[in-house]
Design a protein around this ligand. Sequence first.
Ligand code: FES
Length: 109
Amino acid sequence: MSAAAERPRWVDVAAAAQLPPGAHAVYEVEGLFVAVYNVGGDLYAIEDRCTHDDNPLADGPVEGTEVICPRHGARFCLKTGAALSPPAYEPVATFPVRIADGRVQVGAI
Ligand code: FES
């Protein structure tokens, strides 16, 4: 496989100004709902679907770089997608995310 084939295809989702530090938003990226978080200027993108019972995660509170599922309280790491507490045990998918030319872009893999 060539290096070019391993690169994500960047999907433009919003103006960077719409996602200031402390903000998050959900975007549809190639049929998936992806929650993008700006934590102190660092961007993280995870699939907006709890691995416990498919509840949207973006409705839940954020503590540091963890999001808490609003339904049963599972915690997930925004950096890695890891499930950090029950009742979720499987990680959520993460996506590359960047700002390019003033736009937030999510990497579709
Ligand atoms: S649906 Fe998220 S913890 Fe149950």
